[in-house]
Design a protein around this ligand. Structure first.
Ligand code: NAP
Ligand code: MG
Length: 493
């Protein structure tokens, strides 16, 4: 089995087809522009304000490019282009829409190497993740939704449905291209056009996706990319002719968007933060659980909304498990995201590094015990050693707040009832994990854990056919699967 198929085990893997060049040559695969414009109506256009911001590589602090900052006028132009394109898109036969979408999926698949390198360069994630997880999933989402484009009557079981029009989509920096695919694919499949706002620190893969849209002659205006910061996102969400807002990001910003558009009649889905419990019972296969815990919290430097950031371990095996965990953490390689042997890459931004440091300080001050894997961190760039806190209680900030970094909080329990109570003692409800050798116990737990997704003896597994989303303060609405299509149509009756 190749390294890639072990990770993804899906049809959509390319990792095995291209081995990886060392960092300096890898970069040559990507033709970076020194400046990126907005993508509106199928063309790259300068921003109305003439303003640009820089995007840096978080592993070197090197400025990669300057990127246009969209203001209200640009957002308005993008929405107008999308409206026009949507009218033509919806007039096409569904099978024609599907053809365009398959073409897009294939083009992205062919360009996976370039896009994976770019993702690691701009965002700091290890190339083995962008190559073997992100890009295969991006393609899987595009192919999956292309498949729905001419089968929607089936999806909606014969009920009358209509596309919504223009979708305004706002995404975060942790899975930039994957979140773009999660947003764009169902919207187009259901006959809508989109205006997408990438996060300020990771705009480049969405802009290369725009180039691909242009090259495959996707109808101009169907996909528009407006880069910028929070104000660009706010302008997009509240634009009067945007009929649907899809947001993935923090709970705070999600709340702001919800109140900004209240009463407007816009359809809204929110995919927000999380503080998942990863529950390990004494009867679990502990070595397997250790791998799941490591992947659950250190994958993508812990910049994962559904990260298993609270480890709940049965007291009887806590000591043994924590010792195994520390041994495994000592083997993690932290460093250059473009090195294929790297396990933990760079923290996405200086601001995020400060947030992580602040929360780790609070953990120490509140009396939890910190242990960080001994590793040499590069001098330049933004880095944080894989860290665990033991002796954590539910009142500690590190047990309640999303750290969004490579930091695990460990709590213990004695009974399954206590595990459920502790796991559910959070404002979030995005994901959870259970490790046990007893199937009946997994089901018992899954029925009681208040989370959108519960993994048993695995963690962080995604598939486009499975709806994903949260409850409580983790948001509402689902992305993926047949459920995910509902967010992009109006169904009559
Ligand atoms: P964020 O600060 O909420 O930003 C998300 C996006 O919203 C960015 O594009 C941001 O632009 C934009 N934005 C900021 N202020 C806005 C406003 N007032 N109106 C409209 N848009 C605005 O989140 P983040 O720091 O990028 O991402 C981390 C968060 O995302 C975490 O909480 C994580 O749990 C969550 N997340 C959730 C999921 C999920 O599926 N549930 C998946 C991934 C991440 P700028 O970045 O350019 O300012
Ligand atoms: Mg960047």
């Amino acid at each position: 089995m190749t390294e890639a198929s072990k990770t993804t085990g899906s049809l959509f893997e390319f990792g095995s087809k291209w081995d990886y060049a060392p960092a300096p040559e890898a970069r040559d695969w990507v033709k970076l522009q020194s400046r990126y414009e907005l993508f509106i109506g199928g063309k790259f256009v300068a921003p109305h304000s003439g303003r640009y911001f820089q995007t840096v590589s978080p592993s070197t602090e090197e400025v990669l490019a300057e990127v246009a900052e969209a203001d209200e006028a640009d957002v308005d132009a993008a929405v107008a282009a999308a409206e026009e394109a949507q009218r033509a898109w919806v007039a096409l036969r569904p099978s024609e829409r599907a053809k365009y979408m398959f073409r897009l999926a294939r083009a992205v698949q062919e360009r996976s190497r370039e896009l994976a390198i770019l993702e690691s360069l701009d965002g700091g994630k290890p190339i083995k993740e962008s190559r073997d997880v992100d890009l295969p999933l991006v393609c899987a989402h595009l192919f999956y939704h292309a498949g729905w484009a001419d089968k929607l009557d089936l999806a909606f079981q014969g009920r009358a449905w209509r596309p919504l029009g223009v979708a305004g989509q706002i995404i975060p920096w942790n899975f930039p291209l994957l979140m773009a695919a999660w947003k764009i694919a169902p919207a187009l499949a259901c006959g809508n056009a989109v205006v997408l706002k990438p996060a300020e620190t990771t705009p480049l893969t969405a802009l290369h996706l725009a180039r691909i849209c242009q090259e495959i002659e996707l109808p101009p205006g169907l996909v528009n990319i407006v880069t910028g910061a929070g104000t660009t996102g706010a302008a997009l969400a509240s634009h009067a002719r945007v009929k649907k807002v899809a947001f993935t990001g923090s709970t705070d910003v999600g709340r702001k968007i919800q109140s900004a558009i209240a009463g407007s009649g816009k359809k809204l889905t929110l995919e927000l933060g999380g503080k998942a419990a990863n529950v390990v019972f004494g009867d679990a296969a502990l070595d397997q659980a250790v791998e799941g815990i490591i992947g659950g919290i250190f994958f993508n430097q812990g910049h994962v909304c559904c990260a298993g950031s609270r480890l709940l371990v049965e007291e009887s095996v806590a000591e043994e498990l924590i010792a195994k965990l520390k041994d495994r953490m000592r083997t993690l390689r932290v460093g250059d995201p473009l090195d294929k042997n790297t396990d933990v890459g760079a923290i996405n931004s200086k601001a995020q590094l400060e947030t992580i440091r602040g929360l780790v300080r609070s953990g120490e001050e509140e009396g939890a015990e910190r242990w960080s894997a001994p590793c040499e961190l590069p001098g330049k760039g933004f880095w944080f050693s894989p860290t665990i806190f033991t002796g954590v209680t539910n009142t500690h900030r590190i047990a309640r707040e999303e750290i969004f970094g490579p930091v695990l909080s460990v709590l213990t329990f004695r009974t399954a009832e206590e595990a459920v109570e502790k796991a559910n003692n959070t404002m979030y409800g995005l994901s959870a994990g259970v490790w046990t050798s007893k199937g009946s116990k997994s089901f018992w737990m899954a029925q009681r854990l208040r989370a959108g997704v519960v993994w048993a003896n695995t963690f962080n597994k995604f598939d486009p056919t499975a709806p994903f989303g949260g409850i409580k303060e983790s948001g509402f609405g689902r992305e993926g699967g047949r459920h995910g299509l509902n967010a992009y149509v109006e169904i009559e009756g």
